[in-house]
Design a protein around this ligand. Structure first.
Ligand code: SF4
Length: 274
């Protein structure tokens, strides 16, 4: 720990690390008596955080010496506080990408190969949001590649856009191991990055791809089959849930319904509908 590190940062780093270690099965750790003494000192509310440190949490290593027990229940981290948004769109998006690249707010950082912040036009009127990167995305650091990505590209083309004209991203920016759904605490930690991206892009419409993305944005447990085809709102932006391209690859009979959803989106955007 550096002497320039604020007490808040120190505590948050320790909390992040303990939470992660607890998930990995660690129940006891060694800590220096001096470090424990420092932690007992009061913290005053006037501390400020640097922009990068507010969102990114560098790794810390537990020091050796007196043995103490780790908390039995991990305390949840407060949602990430992002630094002020630069006025310039490009800078603002670059800031998000850099913060995500350094982020260790949830355990997904430990198994990712690359962060996958999103890709597309900063002028996009249409944003596609999935739940989290999969294997191919993790390897390439690009959202929606591979077979599902190819299908999404075709869906976008059928709507009269190119991939470069829209913006594509996920709620979670790191791959959950084994392509499982992201956990609620992982979503909670990562969602502020998505919200900031939407603040930057100010899209006219969001399309949520798949059950997990739709349910997360709506904070609902309603099945995607009942959410799709209807307009909802997220962060003040109209959004349309529809099926995930990976699901459509498994069940092509649902493509027709998905196309109906996308035509609704085209109508909303004033595009000619075939
Ligand atoms: S998933 Fe999001 S919150 Fe978790 S480490 Fe990656 S960027 Fe950070």
């Amino acid at each position: 720990m550096s002497d320039q590190t604020s007490p808040y940062e120190t505590l948050e780093r320790i909390e992040t690390r303990l939470k992660h270690m607890l998930r990995m099965g660690v129940r006891y750790l060694d800590a220096e008596a001096e470090a424990l003494q420092r932690l007992r000192r009061p913290i005053y509310a006037t501390q400020t955080q640097t922009p990068a440190s507010a969102a990114a949490r560098p790794s810390t290593r537990p020091a050796a010496a007196a043995q103490t027990s780790a908390p039995q229940q991990p305390a949840s981290l407060p949602p990430v506080q992002l630094p002020p948004m630069p006025d310039d769109r490009e800078q603002a998006m670059r800031q998000v990408i850099e913060l995500v690249a350094q982020c260790e707010r949830c355990p997904l950082h430990a198994t990712r190969k690359n962060t996958v912040p999103g890709a597309g036009s900063l002028e996009a009127e249409l944003v596609f949001v999935g739940e989290a990167p999969g294997r191919d995305e993790d390897i390439q650091g690009v959202p929606f590649v591979g077979a599902a990505g190819d299908l999404l590209t075709k869906m976008i083309a059928a709507m009269g856009y190119t991939r470069e004209q829209v913006f594509i991203c996920n709620i979670c920016k790191c791959r959950p191991p084994g392509n499982r759904d992201p956990q609620p605490d992982e979503i909670e930690q990562c969602e502020p990055y998505l919200k900031r991206q939407l603040q930057i892009l100010k899209p006219k419409v969001i399309v949520a791809l798949g059950r997990c993305a739709a349910q997360t944005l709506l904070q609902s447990r309603t099945p995607i089959s009942r959410l799709r085809g209807k307009w909802h709102e997220y962060e003040g932006v109209p959004f349309m849930p529809t099926f995930h391209p990976a699901y459509l690859l498994r069940d092509a009979t649902q493509k027709r319904l998905c196309w109906e959803d996308l035509k609704e989106v085209m109508r909303k955007l004033g595009k000619p509908v075939p």
